[in-house]
Design a protein around this ligand. Structure first.
Ligand SMILES: NC(=O)c1ccc[n+]([C@@H]2O[C@H](COP(=O)([O-])OP(=O)(O)OC[C@H]3O[C@@H](n4cnc5c(N)ncnc54)[C@H](OP(=O)(O)O)[C@@H]3O)[C@@H](O)[C@H]2O)c1
Length: 324
């Protein structure tokens, strides 16, 4: 049975966020700092942080409000139990977000599964109050856009990782709650473009000449971060939380893009003119709404994503773009 822990206020709590410099995790770290938590964030390249090189990969974490007082960066790798144990030791809670976002079987599966098992083990040893694990919609259903003869190693790794998390948490008496987000978009803190943002970057850049006949769920990164925090802070939260605002066809996505940013060369043609248009699946995000989460509409999410890409110089401004 999980140990009963008190739900003390955030200002006296230390929490660990694995993979702190990632897209979702850095947004979560920011939110946790805003709410008064002390955060131990794991990164793979701590040396850069110690040197405080201005352009280092994770200097943006050190620049967050409250980071100088309450953000401790720890070097940890998902395949190194001792490093994870050291990071989780002394924490009240753990947000396990780190995972490779790749479809390379050699990289996608082992760190996802082994890393998750190590995190649960370290959390049990540290006697943490709760572990919030960032899983994915892909661990709930098989990717509907996948062709039947192709293995999606990312989906496989995440599915096995979530299963291992449930089994090990039960065995070790760890209070585990899981978030299953759909494709995450929105403004990013890190200097590089995340894999999920690349998914829509191809439309305003004009690199996609057509859009696919496929559907996808979308959610704003700030809502994903807030979902993690609400789940952590609510003693009665349990089980899995589907984190999705809407499910749209790619045709709807390009349509919204062209309404918001008409100057960009957004594709207007579907690449599949033979098959019927794929239909969106139904889902419920009621469990997160019941915890108090107010989802950002997908239109705002796409707008924020493109604005951030412009501000960070990954996308030419519309006027410049039309002159190129
Ligand atoms: N983005 C989405 O649309 C989406 C949707 C559903 C679920 N998720 C889940 O959300 C989580 C975060 O995703 P994200 O989009 O924020 O990805 P991200 O920006 O690529 O962040 C992933 C983080 O994991 C770290 N990591 C990868 N392999 C590691 C290893 N062996 N040891 C230690 N750290 C490692 C990365 O560190 P480095 O920077 O050093 O590589 C990075 O900080 C993942 O669990 C992902 O499966 C994402």
């Amino acid at each position: 049975m999980p140990t009963t822990h008190s739900f003390s206020t955030s200002s006296s709590q230390i929490v660990c966020v694995t993979g702190a410099e990632g897209f979702i995790a850095s947004c979560l770290v920011n939110l946790l700092l805003e709410r008064g938590y002390t955060v131990k964030g794991t990164v793979r390249n701590l040396d850069f942080c110690l040197l405080q090189i201005e352009d280092s990969k994770n200097s943006y974490l050190k620049a967050l409000q409250g980071a100088d007082q309450r953000l401790i960066l720890c070097k940890a790798d998902l395949l190194d139990f001792d490093s994870l144990r050291d990071a989780i030791n002394g924490c009240d809670g753990v947000f396990h977000t780190a995972s490779p976002l790749t479809d390379d079987p050699d990289e996608a599966v082992e760190p996802a599964v082994k890393g998750t098992k190590y995190v649960i083990k370290a959390a049990a040893e540290a006697g943490v109050r709760r572990v919030v694990f960032t899983s994915t919609i892909a661990a709930v259903y098989m990717d509907p856009n996948r062709s039947p003869d192709v293995v999606n190693w990312y989906c496989y790794g995440k599915t096995v990782a979530e299963r291992a998390a449930w089994e090990d948490a039960k065995e070790r008496g760890v209070d585990l709650v899981v978030v299953n987000p759909v494709l995450v978009l929105g403004p990013f803190l890190q200097p590089t473009v995340n894999v999920s943002i690349v998914h829509v970057l191809k439309y305003p850049t004009g690199s996609a000449k057509s859009y696919a006949n496929s559907i996808q769920g979308y959610v704003h990164v700030k809502d994903v971060a807030m979902a993690h925090v609400l789940i952590y802070e609510n003693p009665s939260a349990s089980g899995r939380y589907l984190c999705a605002e809407s499910v749209l066809h790619r045709g709807d996505i390009v349509q919204i893009h062209s309404e918001l940013f008409p100057e960009y060369p957004i594709p207007t043609k579907c690449s599949d003119e033979v098959n019927p248009r794929k239909k969106a699946y139904k889902f419920s995000n009621q469990r997160l709404k019941d915890l108090g989460l107010q989802f950002t509409p997908v239109k705002q999410c796409l707008y924020d994503t493109v604005k951030c890409l412009q501000e960070k110089g990954h996308l030419p401004l519309p006027r410049l773009h039309s002159m190129l």
